[in-house]
Design a protein around this ligand. Structure first.
Ligand SMILES: NC(=O)c1ccc[n+]([C@@H]2O[C@H](COP(=O)([O-])OP(=O)(O)OC[C@H]3O[C@@H](n4cnc5c(N)ncnc54)[C@H](OP(=O)(O)O)[C@@H]3O)[C@@H](O)[C@H]2O)c1
Length: 300
């Protein structure tokens, strides 16, 4: 089997590449950085640039499935031009793949695309499953709705589509956890606002295993990629405190201050999404990390 991965050089992509290789699956990947192109038998890189509509279409040769992860980071300041990039790096990249397959002979049967739980409206009381009728309530929900809509275009090419709504990915190699533990070096734990917002997290290895499970079991449709037990922001900070065995001085950072520091991007710290993992569990997927503390012990 051969898969094509976009965003293979990123936090999640690197894990999936490793998992594919461990299972004797060969990997083609698309990258926007020519310096990242390598050409070994089981890891073949190809250049693309969704902004200029360039793509080396040899990337599709012999490919059975696409795992589409590419997207500009949402952790940079959301200036008007960067907001356009956040959106276009997901929608234009998807359209570029679809348009280059349209009318061509190919072997691709399945596309698994990243999506985000940011598609669900912020709520401290709702418990979201995949059937929730999503609406465009925030910048991130608008981006995610547009991204999922674009991904559905693969269906017109008779390609099965799976969309993985990813929660906060916990990793020791970057992402949200690395940022959250930075103040702990100074004995400080930071809670955002009153800390009641839900944070639906997932250990990075469970995420790559889940994406791989969807690939192997040919599961179509939408799946939330979150561990079974989301926690509030306050509980998250307390858990870090316990795992690091530190008596952190907990500081509550008010929304108005974070808005001044980060601009519109501050909203991601205050968004609350309590999200269900039941659908993928009902398909037989087993999470290694159900609860936050064992995941933190593993990572910290
Ligand atoms: N990590 C999380 O907590 C999280 C949560 C929810 C959803 N997601 C989604 O999952 C996907 C992968 O996340 P990640 O954490 O692995 O992200 P990441 O580490 O930032 O990697 C994303 C990859 O996308 C490619 N990329 C960046 N800007 C691009 C652009 N303008 N056009 C095309 N490709 C671009 C880059 O690959 P090249 O430089 O090789 O081109 C990069 O390696 C993203 O779409 C993200 O939105 C992640």
């Amino acid at each position: 089997m051969r898969v094509l991965i976009t965003g293979a050089t990123g936090l999640i992509g690197k894990d999936i590449v490793k998992l594919c290789h461990r299972n004797n699956i060969q990997v083609n990947y698309l990258t926007t950085r020519k310096s990242q192109i390598s050409q070994t038998e089981n890891y073949q890189g190809f250049y693309w640039n969704p902004k200029t509509l360039e793509i080396d279409t040899r990337c599709f040769n012999g490919v059975d499935a696409i795992i589409h992860l590419a997207g500009a980071s949402i952790s940079n300041r959301w200036t008007p031009s960067y907001k356009k990039e956040i959106l276009a790096s997901r929608t234009a990249s998807t359209a570029l793949l679809v348009n280059n397959l349209k009318g061509e002979t190919h072997t691709i049967k399945h596309v698994i695309s990243a999506s985000s739980i940011g598609i669900y409206p912020s709520s401290e009381t709702k418990y979201y499953d995949e059937n929730f009728k999503t609406s465009k309530t925030s910048f991130l929900s608008k981006v995610t709705c547009a991204w999922e809509h674009e991904v559905d275009a693969f269906k017109q090419l008779n390609i099965m589509v799976s969309k993985i709504r990813i929660g906060l990915v916990l990793s020791d190699k970057g992402g949200v956890l690395t940022e959250m533990i930075k103040p702990t070096k100074y004995g400080v734990g930071t809670v955002f606002g009153c800390g009641k917002q839900w944070q639906s997290w997932i250990h990075h290895s469970d995420l790559s295993q889940m994406i791989f499970y969807v690939l192997q079991h040919k599961l179509s449709g939408v799946y939330n990629a979150v561990a079974p037990n989301p926690v509030t922001n306050k509980e998250f900070v307390k858990s870090i405190n316990r795992v690091l065995d530190k008596s952190l001085f907990v500081v509550k950072l008010p929304k108005i201050l974070m808005r001044m520091v980060l601009g519109e991007m501050h909203t991601i710290l205050f968004e609350s999404q309590r999200v269900s993992s039941k659908k993928i569990e009902d398909k037989g997927f087993y999470f290694e990390y159900h609860h936050l503390e064992p995941a933190l012990i593993d990572l910290l």
